[in-house]
Design a protein around this ligand. Sequence first.
Ligand SMILES: *Cc1c(COP(=O)(O)O)cnc(C)c1O
Length: 364
Amino acid sequence: MKIPVIKSSMPNYDEYIEEIKDLWDSRWLTNMGAKHNKLINELKAYLKIDNIDLVTNGHMALELSLECLDLKGEVITTPFTFVSTTNSIVRKGCIPVFCDINEDDFTIDVNKIEELITDKTVAIMPVHVYGNICDVEKIDEIAKKHNLKVIYDAAHAFGEEYKGKGIMNYGDSSCMSFHATKVFHTIEGGAIAFRDESFGKKLNQLKDFGIKDEEITDMIGTNAKMHEFSAAMGLCNLKHIDEFIVKRKILCDHYRERLNNVKGIKLSPIQKDVKANYAYFPVFFDEVFSVNRDNVKKHLEENNVLTRKYFYPAINELDSYKNKYPQNTPIAAKLSRQVLTLPLYTDLTLEEVDYICDKILELY
Ligand SMILES: *Cc1c(COP(=O)(O)O)cnc(C)c1O
């Protein structure tokens, strides 16, 4: 039996069946149905935010955010992310400008943003990577000073808080992914938390072809509506989310205990003032005693443990982006060559974590 890198969390079978039963009576399967609307209300409470709307996936959340804010020009972002972040910028007709990340928590280096701002810069798209919270206060300050919009790729940050405030409250919008592999999921799905009412009105129309009412369609929209079976999965998973996160914490604490203070191994930081969600367990291998990331991955694979080089290559090293856009990101390049994310999911056991750590440590 192989240990996978991720397994989706799920409610009990009976719970989900119970939740979808009334869809056979109502026959209302999509288009802002009762479950869609109920999930919006429950998410507002759980995430401590005022404004949120649901969409089909995290990628559409990013594309629709750029569209709702009517952005055209340069968007400062990082290459240490999932390709969706950068794709959304290019697909919406903007130019990605790659800013380096900081060595400590892998989020955008706020000291390097201002030197990248030009008269074409319209926004910053930072990523709360692995659930590590960006320096939201400094980013706010820079955005205000230069009159820029901020769209957070918050795909990894579901349920997190900074100084007691829901993390989705920062920026003009925060984009969530509810993909099956994420901490909270709706099978496929996503959401946008946003600041302004006007953003919400536009989003509401854009996610439904641009239709305003029965007779008026005054925008050229897309189709990004979350359907009822997804919303039902969300309602069920939300009942268990705290329990899922506690399980993840116990697993992460155990990994940390076993791998802390090993020469050549760097772990993700525990951030101050942050209520974490334990989304991923990335480990960075600096080559010592000829142990490096690639031979750790190989050794684990030979012992039936699957891992992922998440994120490698850095986005600006992918064929689709190489040498096309402004970039000077040596730290992202270095860390992407060191990183390996270890298995982490709610069904993983402490014994399996021990086994994985034993296999890593026997290389040293
Ligand atoms: C998962 C993810 C996305 C895309 O979300 P989907 O729901 O899969 O479309 C975007 N950005 C990051 C950082 C992600 O991890």
